[in-house]
Design a protein around this ligand. Sequence first.
Ligand SMILES: [Zn+2]
Length: 64
Amino acid sequence: MKEAVRSRDAAQDGQFFYGVVTTGIVCKPSCSSRAAKPENLRFFADMDAAILAGFRPCKRCRPA
Ligand SMILES: [Zn+2]
């Protein structure tokens, strides 16, 4: 999953979402936002899990 985020693999959109702990934002794998450090990534199977964990949907890639 970290590789999918690093390469912004659009084929993985919908397969999982990732949150960045330093920003509190959750994104689709293909999001064009600035790459986060791998150690700051958290992975979620769906948006509900990400929201429950306290992340907000990204305004750029609109993962919700
Ligand atoms: Zn995003």
